[in-house]
Design a protein around this ligand. Structure first.
Ligand SMILES: [Zn+2]
Length: 285
């Protein structure tokens, strides 16, 4: 099997480049000895396996550590100011929506800055994929994704009625704090950040090993990051729905590129956010 992690030395200019690329980025001469598998990388944007891994780790490890440090500092400040655990947890309860919003929004903003630093000159070219009108297919595909996951989750809630998983409950508290902020976060920022970290990063990195590894890996990771606890059976019941979402977005990315998967992700989140806001307003009325 050909190693797609190894860089190639250009026979024209002698410089190294990513072996999945169709041509040398330094001098433009054609990559003559390409492996068959590398042709499937032409529709997606490759930034080299090291940066792909750094993007994936940014979302999966680095930001989690930062959020954990922030939460620990916040708790110790609250304990120092308020004296005891009960008043500290009462304060957190009272400000849960604001905390939840700023933690999710702030974390995603930080990840975006991190991604721009990692990608540097590759950040803007990534957006060129929006020039291809085919990316608009992301709209019906995003709708189809939402229909399938909605059918699945209504099936899931029939098995355990009245139970809602932690991820969607967290979203409702954010909505109480700021509906507009929630819209900006869930429909614009989160899809862009997640497509960069999971599809340009994780999926492309794993695809160099094997496409099957990439699809299974992204499905597992996408399903698991949407879980609040690994011991709660309700969370596991919702796992296949999220895992399907991750795999579907990977397939759309693989076919239509960055623009396609961002549009599909925004469509999916946009409709579900609008429905959630309508539900939230009817609850308040
Ligand atoms: Zn060259």
């Amino acid at each position: 099997m050909v190693n797609l992690f190894k860089s190639k030395v250009c026979p024209q200019c002698g410089k190294k480049f990513d072996s999945v690329k169709g041509s040398c980025p330094h001098c433009g001469s054609k990559n003559e000895s390409r492996d068959k598998r590398s042709f499937s990388f032409d529709r997606i944007y490759t930034v080299g396996h090291i940066r792909e891994l750094l993007l994936a780790l940014g979302q999966l490890v680095f930001i989690k550590v930062l959020v954990y440090i922030f939460e620990s500092v916040l708790v110790s400040i609250l304990l120092a100011k308020l004296g005891d655990r009960e008043s500290a947890s009462a304060w957190i309860q009272a400000n849960y929506g604001a905390l939840n919003f700023w933690l999710s929004f702030g974390a995603d903003l930080l990840i975006l800055v991190y991604a721009i630093i990692i990608l540097r000159r590759d950040f803007l070219p990534l957006w060129k994929s929006f020039k291809n009108p085919k990316v608009l297919l992301g709209i019906p595909l995003g709708i189809a994704m939402l229909i399938i996951t909605t059918i699945y989750s209504s099936f899931a809630s029939q098995i355990m009625p009245g139970e809602s998983n932690g991820n969607s409950l967290g979203l409702l508290t954010i909505l109480d704090y700021s509906p507009a902020g929630y819209f900006l976060f869930a429909v614009i920022l989160a899809p862009i950040v997640e497509e960069i970290m999971y599809r340009v990063g994780l999926f492309t990195f794993l695809k160099r090993i094997h496409p099957v590894v990439a699809y299974i890996g992204v499905g597992l990771v996408f399903g698991m990051i949407h879980m609040q606890s690994f011991t709660d059976p309700v969370e596991w019941l919702h796992f296949p729905g999220y895992a399907f979402g991750g795999i579907a977005l990977a397939a759309i990315y693989d076919w239509l590129g960055f623009g396609g998967s961002v549009i599909a992700h925004m469509t999916n989140n946009g409709i579900s956010v609008m429905l959630t806001i309508i539900y939230w307003m009817s609850e308040r009325a």
